[in-house]
Design a protein around this ligand. Sequence first.
Ligand code: NAD
Length: 454
Amino acid sequence: MNYTNLLEKQRSFFATQATKDISFRIQQLKRFKNSIQKNEKLLFEAIYKDFKKSDYETHITELSLIYHEIDLAIVKIKKWTKKKSITPSLANFPSRAYSIPEPLGNALIIGAWNYPYQLSLGPVVGAIAAGCTIILKPSEIAHHSAIAMEKIIKENFNDNYFKVILGAVPETTELLAHKFDTIFFTGSTTVGKIVYQAAAKHLTPVTLELGGKSPAIITEHCNIDMAAKRLVWSKFLNAGQTCIAPDYIMVAESIQSTLIEALIKYIKKFDYSIDNKNYTQIINQKNFDRLKQLMPQKKVIYGGDCIQNERIITPTLLDNITFDDSIMQEEIFGPLLPIITYKNIDSAIEDIKKIPQPLSCYLFTKNKKLRHKILRELSFGGGAINDAVMHITEIDLPFGGVGASGMGSYHGEAGFKAFSHYKSILQKPFWFEPNLKYAPYTKTKLSIIKKLLG
Ligand code: NAD
């Protein structure tokens, strides 16, 4: 486990300037898409072995998002890499002023297990588009998926440009001891702090894509049936193991029972039974046990079945939950949906604010005033109005957290920017140079300067 040679090779390759050619980047993006496409079967089989994630969910929540990212980057790369000009001030007349994006250099990308392909290969798109070299360390927890990615990348890319390293905490710790030019991390807030500390030793910039408790607020001014349908899909997708899943519901007291009825209707309709091949397993025994422990049995109003040998937990609704319950003390990351009833929206907002800023927030309402109020008062990474999770499919919207849910963002141009530095340049000709800035500093010069520059 010595990465010095690999890093040296990547540094030397970056120094050749090869990754800076736009044609090289486009070629690598095409190769990247092609290598994934021709290995779809391998990827589907691997993720199914990890947690019985179906081909359908793998396609819509992982591969198709990566393909969209790549396609967008290929179309937009010329625009993204163009220098961006501003109008220079009078102090620099005559001149031009602009910034040019340059690749940060050698990038380390660390992925999470819950969407093993999207969260590992997705950030790679921005890194390739920006012109970085890449070391990718996927999560060891989705073991088979990580091995599949390693195989595909090894067969299609040179180590000196793009390499997948398999491993867990020791390997990641070893990697983090080295100097990278940028680190892109997806995972828990706890490990995010470890990564940030390791990066600080080398003053390496980081993008941290972390988690949190994302609320779904359901007000009385709402199409309850549609809200329930969208909530059930977004919460139980991937068995709730989604960083942007609605973690808990805050519902107006007047519509609480109608909402619960509608939620149950759709859970039944979508058939999350053990026979449903589209319902994902809990990733491992440790998480299965954690979720079982987290479930307050007395508050279960629907579901709650834990099928040990299959690591399946059926969609579970929990009512009469308060912010003091243990389930409200950590990110759930599983198919348990606590429901908190509120009487007054102002106190509901105050309660949400007591929890660290979440990665997402969802608001179901037709009330415009309330929409403005909540968007203004609550701080969170991103979200949706009258839907949940789907904002991630808008590849051109920057995606990222704030505060405890992360720093920086990616997807589309934001992904390109995450791996770029903008070099700002002032460019002057030789033919003109006013004497105003040179000594002697006279009163006349000062009054002219004041008139010109304010
Ligand atoms: P994790 O933090 O346990 O692991 C993430 C990565 O860090 C893995 O590659 C792992 O090998 C590595 N790692 C773990 N412990 C480490 C240590 N002590 N030192 C160095 N590296 C270490 O997270 P996870 O369990 O894979 O994912 C779940 C968390 O990630 C949840 O909190 C979820 O909300 C968050 N998440 C965020 C996003 C996002 O886009 N913001 C997406 C998915 C998951």
